[in-house]
Design a binder for this molecule. Structure first.
Ligand SMILES: Cc1cc2nc3c(=O)[nH]c(=O)nc-3n(C[C@H](O)[C@H](O)[C@H](O)COP(=O)(O)OP(=O)(O)OC[C@H]3O[C@@H](n4cnc5c(N)ncnc54)[C@H](O)[C@@H]3O)c2cc1C
Ligand code: FES
Ligand code: FES
Length: 1342
């Protein structure tokens, strides 16, 4: 090889276009991705990095290519993190910067996303823009379904997606808001007629004005560069060679040349979409010295449609395959398109559009991945592969043997897949594709299957049967033995039971198998087979109804997959008082102040900041052990690598390495997997990361290793003392109740999954030992504290700047301080600026998240559902250091009564110390977990009393002026209103009855509906946590610079502060600028958390503005008709200070834990939500049909921001309670570390109908009588969990009426939990393993 490589060592030029500009790269590096090239070399930082594995869409760009044969240009979305730079020769790339800019012209897509409030933190927004923009380039008037589909690969953690879809929907020809499922009547009109809210006050529903939108003019889009057309049509095109430092990229343009190279480099991957090769390089450490890119070989794009099938060239993308199949399905008779339709179904949910446009059919087939969605169907449909090598062509079946990688059944060295032939089905043949994933779309299957049966014509006698499963072993598995045994058998129940038994005998899944969920996966083998069985029976009946009876009516629901519906929303809020001055923005749905910068990609996040001179990159080395002694750290090999400047360890910390129990660098011992042991500083990221891998650390395991709450209890391992609240006489009360029940509820943790991972830029200043940090944090003061302690300098030498964060949700309260200090120590040691950007997996591993919780309850109640006594014990898994666990625990104890008055109530809690990364603050701060326990016992009481859970909730709800269990007085009037409105407006009783009717008629799909009330505490039981300050300068031109101590995390805090300042100063917001939050301008600011920041910063801003206005009063009085600018000029001439600090001392709260009482919180936010779901009892899937939220907003300063917070929190809550599942090994290793393994909701998960109403009430203590709404919506997401429990209970009631009470509720209600809770003949059939005989792949840590 070396001889050939020498001859190839000179590099060709890579030519492509970016945003209309020609880029010529003289020595392109084959290891570089488009994303790092855009961000690094071109400094186009609008394209974001958030996962690096194609799973989030933050890096979406549009790629355009010209096809010289068809003379057509193809525009498609692509995830830049997976596109190798070298693959772009001859392509035109459009990034968000090329679409529009606030400096020139904002594109309608960008404008509408911003104005529809489809951006909060803005980190996902460029990707959203590019997905919609690319759709519009291909379909200027798309359908709503196309919009929803286009967004399927883009994750947003803030908005809840509804406004994003709505913004895309504004380009549709059809109406986008409320089609009322074809009834023709708008639901707004219906609401208008019935709502008692409306009867009392004027309610608005318009969050933006469509008339303001610029029209879309497709003729204005940039043209495809003519030079690229000439390049594509050049008859003398030749192979290109790109030579990197370690690798060579070979791009042949003819098939013979490709085959030569394939023969010469048999181990070199054939790069097509790079969606398998790329992630394997990044995450599995694969290294390839040579890449062969076959994208330019025209023979791979053959498309041949014949009478008996279609042959598709291996180079076609999965999106192109989908188009081809769609065209076939529309033209061919149904019986011929069984395989095509099965493939199409899976192609709709396979990854997102960007991946489907990159990934090729050849790459998909050749990879033979166990979770391939297409291969099992292709095999069941008897597809064949046309292979070719230098030796000539060959055809092989794409069958079980090929997929199982049986010897001799695959490709020979030097061969490649030229095309795939997919035969049409015949009349007595049925082909199905089935799958179940954690999430419906953009989620690899847990188990999938391809099944096909061919009958003797006119009979139900099996002539041929194929059953293949993915996800149950290292390869796709064929149940060929079972299938062979069933040939000749009629398609009836007896055959099914033998088939099930045969499959279980043949497809073995070991109890500790990789991926876990073993019993679930075994059950899915049967469930999917059963679905196929029913579908075929139905098909036979359609062919000959006389001969083959149809399946029972109540079974038909088993056959329908949940549709991917386009979400519809209605938002209602109080209209602004018509007497309010028009320029006063308070109360209006004002767009986020940085929205346009978000959507144009011009909003600067920390890693978007240009390199600072001499900057170094930092890579972290973390512990792979949960509890171990560090025997040695050997850095020699790492230090010898090119570009490496330093390895930093605990020895290099000049000050405190352990500050208040939080450890920067592990010293002699590691206490969790993921603890930072050392860091490596190098000139590039790649060098730093390579070197980090070479640091050799020897460990010796220590005992005990505590991972779960149960283990912590065994070892008496706690972080802090118990907290308790008690009222009444609990023990006595238990003696006088009709019934007592006891139970345990497990609520697992949650990853914040903010889209911007933790990022720090630390810049040392030689002079006076100053250190300047830029980072996305919720608590700059805390960063300053930790950095000062670590560097042993006074805090006045540390300046911490924070402009914005790409989402935070509590995850950026304490953790940035640790990471900031880690980076600052490195900057201090090297004397050079340090950039630390955590990869998604590292971020998930190191920074931890929501506390897993175990709740044990005992409740005593009367037959009518009235609860007399409740005794609850909470344990949370705090992890290895204190962090905020004690505060979270105290909140759990205080908040857990939720909306219920239980006269004899005891609640205790303890935070467990374990060897997991330290869990931390997360939106809702313990409340969303704790209240699951409360709602679980409400549900259990209802079940024992034969009542609806909602009736028990109602009976036990606070009703009048009351005292909480900790003796805080409050009036629950708004709670009652929210609850009443919710039940009424959601038509709860009628829909409950309808759900029951539905359930009677449907055996395999069940419907659940639930409503839940909420009393949510705002603020803290510590008075000084509520203080805030602001600084307002007025400049001589009248412009105002506003600064305050709160951080903009996407929640719209700055937008609200601009509204406050605008009202108070009486000037338009355009006069006011808000730049950043900094310890330099506002010192000692408290964290931005707890839904408090608009309250307290608002008061501080108001105070500063009022001080200034008071100073200006004499000038204004003398010239009342003057202009603002004139008053300012005059004031300056009169030596009036135009700068003021504003201060708010805070709400007075307190808590005496000894007396178990206090005025713990300034006020409460009330709410209620009703959710309705369908569950598929066979697969465990669920679909949220509708959600209604009623939130007591008091007076909303900005209804768009508040509704955005509620929707976003609700969807995040939904994720917590359904699809988001952290998986830990028994050794404490977090296994779920990226978009591939951890599933936050996508656009597909949000309710089909999503209604939000802000109710008006009074809250005189807060600014403008508003309320803090940042977190409360999170818990309302539990209505989805409760609805799922309701549906599961219906299934269990039908199947095992006597076991209903035995249902042990938990969160999250994943497909696995739902399926296994819906016990039936299939769950009974599967083998169960004795837990003492194996080590599970993952464990529950709550
Ligand atoms: C975020 C994400 C989500 C995904 N979700 C799903 C999912 O839900 N369901 C699912 O089934 N899959 C999923 N995938 C996997 C995806 O379908 C495959 O990665 C893809 O089809 C591989 O095609 P490619 O062109 O990118 O292959 P590449 O990565 O370019 O190549 C993969 C391998 O195939 C070989 N190869 C490529 N072409 C040929 C050929 N013509 N002849 C011989 N060998 C060849 C290469 O040598 C290489 O070894 C997902 C992938 C990503 C990144
Ligand atoms: S960063 Fe590319 S898809 Fe997430
Ligand atoms: S706005 Fe979408 S991730 Fe923040």
């Amino acid at each position: 090889m070396s001889a050939r490589m020498t001859s190839l060592s000179s590099s060709d030029e890579l030519i492509f276009f970016v945003n209309g500009r020609k880029v010529v790269e003289k020595r392109p590096d084959p290891e570089v991705t488009l994303l790092s090239y855009l961000r690094g070399a071109l400094h186009l930082t609008g394209t974001k990095f958030a996962c690096g594995e194609g799973g989030c869409g933050a890096c979406t760009v549009m790629v355009s290519r010209y096809n010289a044969t068809s003379q057509k240009i193809r525009h498609y979305p692509a995830t830049a993190c997976l596109v190798p730079l070298c693959s772009l020769h001859g392509a035109a790339v459009t990034t968000v910067e090329g679409v529009g800019s606030i400096r020139t012209r904002v594109h309608p897509v960008q404008e509408r996303l911003a104005k529809c409030h489809g951006t909060q933190c803005g980190f996902c927004s460029p990707g959203m823009v590019m997905s919609i923009y690319t759709l519009l380039r291909n379909h200027p008037e798309p359908t709503l379904e196309q919009v929803t589909e286009a967004l399927g690969g883009n994750l947003c953690r803030c908005t809840g997606y509804r406004p994003i879809v709505e913004s895309g929907g504004t380009f549709c020809a059809e109406p986008t808001v409320c089609r009322m499922k074809g009834s023709g009547k708008c639901c707004l009109e219906e609401q208008e007629e019935s709502s008692s809210v409306r009867a009392q006050e004027k309610v608005c529903t318009k969050l933006y004005d469509k008339d303001e939108f610029q029209p879309l003019d497709p003729s204005q889009e940039p043209i495809f560069p003519p030079e690229l057309i000439r390049m594509a049509e050049d008859p003398n095109k030749r192979r290109l060679t790109f030579q990197g430092a370690r690798t060579t990229w070979l791009a042949p343009v003819t098939l013979p040349d490709l085959l030569e190279l394939r023969a010469a480099f048999p181990h070199a991957p054939l790069i097509m979409g790079n969606t398998t090769v790329g992630p394997n390089i990044k995450f599995k450490g694969d290294f390839h010295p040579v890449f062969i890119c076959a994208l330019g070989v025209s023979e791979l794009y053959l498309l041949n449609s014949e009478d008996d099938g279609v042959t598709v060239g291996a180079g076609h993308s999965l999106a192109q395959l989908s188009d081809t199949l769609q065209s076939i399905v529309s033209k061919q008779p149904t019986e011929k398109t069984e395989t095509c339709r099965a493939l199409l179904k899976h192609l709709r949910t396979l990854a997102g559009p960007s991946i489907r446009n990159l990934a090729t059919l050849g790459g998909h087939v050749a990879t033979r991945a166990t979770i391939s969605d297409l291969n099992p169907i292709l095999a069941a449909g008897k597809a064949t592969l046309q292979l070719i090598s230098k030796e000539g062509p060959r055809q092989i079946p794409l069958d079980g043997a090929f997929l199982e990688k049986s010897p001799g059944a695959g490709l020979k060295p030097g061969e490649l897949v030229l095309s795939v032939s997919i035969p049409y089905s015949t009349q007595w043949q049925f082909v199905s594709g089935l799958r179940q994933a954690q999430r419906q779309e953009n989620s690899m299957a847990i188990v999938n299957a391809g099944m096909s049966v061919r009958f003797e014509p006119g009979t139900s006698t099996i002539r041929e049967l194929q059953v293949l499963y993915g996800g149950v072993g290292p390869t796709v598995v064929s149940a060929s033995r079972t299938c062979a045994q069933l040939v000749g058998r009629p398609w009836e129940d007896q055959m099914l039971s033998e088939a099930c038994q045969g499959v279980l005998d043949e497809v073995h899944l070991a109890p500790g198998a990789k991926g876990g969920q073993v019993e679930f996966r075994r059950t899915l083998l049967l469930s999917l087979l059963f679905k196929f069985y029913l579908r075929v029976r139905q098909g036979l009946s359609r062919l000959d109804p006389q001969k083959f009876p149809d399946i029972p009516e109540e079974y038909t629901s088993a056959l329908e997959d949940f549709p991917i519906a386009t979400p519809q929303g209605v938002q209602m809020f109080q209209c602004v008082d018509p007497h309010q001055p028009p320029q006063d923005p308070v109360g209006h749905p004002v767009m986020h102040q940085a929205a346009l910068k978000h959507t144009t990609g011009e909003a600067v996040f920390v890693d978007d900041m240009p390199p600072v001179g001499q900057e170094l990159f930092l890579a972290v080395v973390t512990s792979p052990r949960a509890h171990a002694k560090i025997i040695s750290i050997n850095t020699a090999e790492a230090l010898a690598l090119p570009g490496v400047v330093s390895v930093i360890t605990a020895e290099d910390v000049p000050g405190e390495n352990n500050h208040k129990g939080e450890i920067l660098y592990a010293q002699s011992e590691v206490i969790c997997v993921g603890q930072i042991v050392c860091t490596v500083a190098a000139d590039t990221y790649a060098h730093a990361r390579e070197a980090a891998k070479k640091v050799k650390i020897e460990y010796e395991d220590l005992e005990p290793r505590i991972i779960t709450i149960e283990q912590a209890l065994e070892h008496n391992s706690f972080l802090s003392p118990e907290r308790k609240i008690e009222q009444g006489n609990v023990d006595q009360a238990f003696k006088h109740v009709d019934q007592i029940i006891e139970g345990e509820v497990h609520v697992e943790g949650q990853e914040h999954f903010y889209m911007e991972t933790q990022t720090v830029l630390a810049i040392p200043r030689e002079e006076d030992k100053e250190m300047v940090l830029h980072l996305g944090t919720q608590f700059p003061t805390h960063v300053q504290e930790f950095v000062a302690a670590a560097l042993d300098v006074p805090r006045n030498r540390v300046a911490c700047h924070m402009r914005r964060a790409g989402g935070a949700f509590g995850g950026k309260v304490t953790k940035p301080a640790l990471l900031g200090a880690v980076a600052a120590v490195a900057a201090n040691k090297t004397g050079r600026p340090i950039r630390l950007v955590l990869e998604r997996g590292e971020d998930m591993l190191i920074t931890a998240g929501r506390h897993p919780l175990l709740g044990k309850y005992k409740v005593g109640f009367m037959k009518n559902g009235l609860i007399k006594a409740s005794d609850v014990q909470f344990y949370i898994n705090g992890g290895c250091t204190p962090d905020e666990s004690q505060l979270v625990l105290e909140f759990i104890v205080l908040k857990s009564e939720n909306a219920y008055h239980i006269p004899n109530f005891r609640c205790r809690g303890r935070a467990c110390r374990t060897n997991l990364p330290s869990n931390t603050a997360f939106r809702g701060f313990g409340f969303p977990q704790a209240t699951v326990v409360v709602e679980a016992y409400m549900t259990a009481v209802a079940s024992h009393c034969g009542l609806l859970p909602e009736e028990v909730r109602e009976i036990n709800m606070y009703k009048r002026l009351s005292q909480t269990a900790y003796k805080q007085t409050f009036h629950p009037e708004a709670l009652r209103r929210c609850w009443k409105e919710c039940l009424e407006q959601a038509s709860f009783p009628a829909r409950k009855r309808a759900a029951e009717d539905f359930n009677r008629q449907s055996r395999w799909r069940k419907r659940g509906i639930a409503a839940v009330p909420m009393k949510y505490t705002i603020g803290f039981p510590v008075a000084y946590y509520h203080q805030a300050a602001a600084l307002v300068h007025i400049y001589l031109d009248g412009s105002v610079l506003l600064t305050h101590g709160g951080c903009e995390l996407g929640q719209g805090l700055h937008t609200k502060m601009l509204q406050v300042a605008s009202r108070e100063l009486g000037i338009p917001t355009s006069y006011i600028h808000l730049s950043e939050t900094s310890t330099v301008t506002v010192p000692n600011a408290i964290f931005t958390a707890g839904s408090m920041s608009a309250d307290i910063s608002g008061k501080a801003v108001q105070n500063a503005c009022q001080i200034l206005i008071a100073r200006l009063q004499p000038v204004i009085r003398r010239n009342p008709n003057g202009k603002w600018e004139e008053w300012i000029k005059k004031a300056f001439e009169e030596s009036i200070s135009l700068s003021a600090t504003g201060y708010f001392r805070g709400y007075q709260t307190n808590m005496d834990w000894d007396k178990e009482q206090g005025h713990a919180f300034p006020y409460y936010v009330y709410g209620a939500a009703c959710a309705e779901v369908d569950i598929d009892c066979l697969s465990g899937a669920h679909k949220l049909l509708r959600a209604d939220i009623f939130m007591d907003a008091a007076f909303s300063i900005n209804p768009a921001v508040d509704i955005g917070q509620i929707e976003g929190a609700f969807v995040q809550g939904m994720g917590l309670y359904t699809t988001e599942e952290l998986k830990y090994s028994p050794e404490g290793v977090l296994r779920s570390r990226g978009t591939n393994d951890y599933k936050i909701p996508t656009v597909t998960e949000i309710p089909e109908t999503f209604r939000i109403t802000l109710l008006h009430s009074q809250n005189p203590i807060a600014i403008y009588s508003s309320k803090g709404l940042g977190e409360a919506g999170m818990f309302l997401g539990s209505s989805v969990l409760l609805a799922i429990w309701d549906a599961v209970a219906a299934a269990r009631q039908e199947r095992r009426p006597h076991e209903t009470a035995a249902l042990s509720p938990r969160s999250p209600a994943t497909p696995e939990w739902i399926r296994m809770a819906c016990v039936d003949q299939f769950t009974d059939m599967i083998p169960r393993d004795d837990p003492s005989t194996f080590t599970p792949w993952s464990i529950c840590v709550s």
